[in-house]
Design a protein around this ligand. Structure first.
Ligand code: XUL
Length: 527
């Protein structure tokens, strides 16, 4: 059997992508969008509203129900899941799920009650803090102090203490809810939670995603005893030892075999984070290729020959599922900021591209937007800081075309500025994510980075990466051979840079940098 299934549990949707390694075909690519299909969870964008904008949680039961809907949709669409030779997956990074009982104590799912009703009593915490949460500055400071300072923490984990990372989130839970903490037996990331659901067993966290917790010692590839202690008492017993991303962690549970027609004993390969998975899906698992991913979050990442850290302290080192490490910088104001502008000005995505390509010019006539519609990660802004600078009409919101260009120019300039530590002059740059098909957005990225930007044929690189990892783990395929089959660039959509824009964006980058520094100085809460 040559078919392999990749799942991607992202912030706003759950996707399945089925590949056939013999024919090189993508046989199915289907998503369940949470806001559309599961409105009862009151999470139109995949997370729950909270009066404190720094607190961003999701209901794990939403992901459980979405898995059922997704598999049901595949069967309805005629996809023969019995032909699937192996499954792997990816999840939004950093989100943590807390269980009062181990999945291993459950062992199997029953047909008596809906699956979400079987998972609900397992949870020791009703909601899961996700990567958009920025409420743990105090815990970050405590962990940093207990770990022997920021430099030491960066040396061990590849990142300084980061609000959204699972370690500080775990510490906050332990401090705020001691009784629930005491009841907690097992902690998962979204990735290992989804794998555990699928296997009805407790699946360990993989090394790719584990590196986003402020708990993993990158040198020894296991939890750091110092950081476990610095985070919460008894934590070691609640985490299984992390495993390489290529590990076979179980088989598809009997429940899914019976209900959706998987073959008995279909192997499940460790799930990883969406960005590490995307690195594989983009065919970028070897150093030398940079990827810009335009999703709910925007990220820029690349494989690294040896771990190297960001001197500004914003970037991270995660595990590369193909072995070694990857560098990454993450921006919370990705599609949420683009959508905010599109909605406010009533622009569809075609109009958005038109505004950029035909109605405005690089540099936007000096009109500039600080695109912080939600609290930002890079740089750290604890509150939204949406600021408009330029002509009277632009500032007053009477320039829709200029607004479209402004949000994308600022995002691209920020991506460039905060990714310099990863390595200069990547060319071409591969792009993925929903917005990577928008020619206006590609034009600005090419001009700002002064590099050719190329999307892939397949747009969900994270789910594709999961399918490729599933194939590699059971078939022993070569990563490069898989990439040449499935991660082909869509060269007809490539955009080359306009050299005349170089200087314009050097100036715009400096002006934006000043405005950004002012906002950071005003809003930054010292730890
Ligand atoms: C990466 C990050 C986000 C999430 C959501 O560090 O926080 O990209 O993985 O996709």
């Amino acid at each position: 059997m040559a078919r392999h299934l990749g799942l991607d549990a992202s912030t706003q949707s759950l996707t399945a992508l089925l590949i056939d390694v013999d024919t090189g075909a993508v046989c199915a690519n289907h998503s369940v969008v949470f806001g559309e299909r599961l409105p009862q969870y009151q999470s139109p964008k995949g997370f729950l509203a909270h009066e404190d904008l720094r607190v961003v949680h999701s209901n794990p039961l939403l992901w459980v129900e979405a898995l059922e809907l997704l598999l049901g949709d595949l069967v309805t669409a005629g996809v023969a899941l019995g032909d699937v030779a192996s499954v792997s997956g990816a999840g939004q990074q950093h989100g943590s799920v807390y269980l009062a009982r181990s999945f291993d104590d459950v062992g199997s799912w029953s047909f008596d009650r809906p699956l979400q009703d079987q998972v609900a009593p397992l949870l020791s915490r009703r909601t899961a803090p996700i990567w958009m949460d920025s409420s743990t500055s105090t815990e970050c400071a405590e962990i940093t102090a207990a770990a022997g300072g920021e430099d030491r923490l960066v040396e061990v984990t590849g990142s300084r203490a980061i609000e959204r990372f699972a370690g500080p989130q775990i510490r906050k839970f332990y401090k705020d809810a001691p009784a629930e903490w005491a009841r907690t037996r097992e902690i998962h990331l979204v990735s290992s939670f989804m794998a555990s659901l699928l296997t009805a067993s407790s699946v360990p966290i993989d090394l790719g995603d584990a590196a986003g917790m402020n708990l993993l010692d990158l040198g020894t590839a296991t939890w750091s005893p110092v950081l476990l202690d610095a985070t919460a008492p008894g934590l070691a017993a609640k985490l299984r030892r992390p495993v390489p991303s290529t590990t076979r962690v179980g088989v598809v549970a009997a429940y899914f075999v019976t209900k959706y027609g998987f073959a008995a004993n279909t192997p499940v390969i460790a799930f990883t984070g969406d960005n590490p998975s995307s690195l594989i899906g983009m065919g970028a698992s070897r150093p030398g290729t940079a990827v810009v991913s335009l999703g709910t979050s925007d990220t820029v990442f690349a494989a690294m020959a040896a771990p190297r850290t960001d001197p500004q302290g914003y970037g991270h080192v995660f595990g590369n599922p193909a072995g070694g490490f990857m560098a990454l910088a993450c921006f919370a104001n990705g599609s949420l900021a683009r959508e905010a502008v599109a909605q406010r000005f009533g622009l569809g995505w075609d109009a958005f591209a038109d505004a950029i390509l035909t109605h405005t010019r690089p540099g936007n006539g000096g009109n500039l937007l600080l695109p912080y519609f939600v609290p930002e990660i890079t740089p750290r802004l604890p509150a939204p800081a949406e600021r408009w600078f330029g002509s009277e009409d632009f500032v007053a919101g009477r320039e829709p075309d200029s607004a479209a260009r402004a949000v994308v120019e600022a995002q691209a300039l920020n991506l460039r500025h905060f990714s310099r530590w990863i390595g200069e002059n990547f060319d071409p740059i591969l792009v993925t994510g929903g917005a990577s098909r928008n020619p206006g957005i590609l034009r600005i990225l090419a001009d700002v980075f002064q590099a050719t930007v190329v999307p892939l044929q397949v747009s969900n690189s994270s789910a594709l990466g999961a399918a490729l990892r599933a194939a590699q783990a059971v078939g022993g395929h070569d990563w490069a051979a898989l990439a040449s089959r499935f991660s082909a660039p869509a060269n007809h959509l490539a955009v080359a840079p306009d050299p005349a824009a170089r200087e314009v964006y050097d100036v715009a980058g400096r002006v934006l940098g000043q405005r950004r520094d002012e906002a950071v100085a005003k809003l930054f809460v010292k730890r």
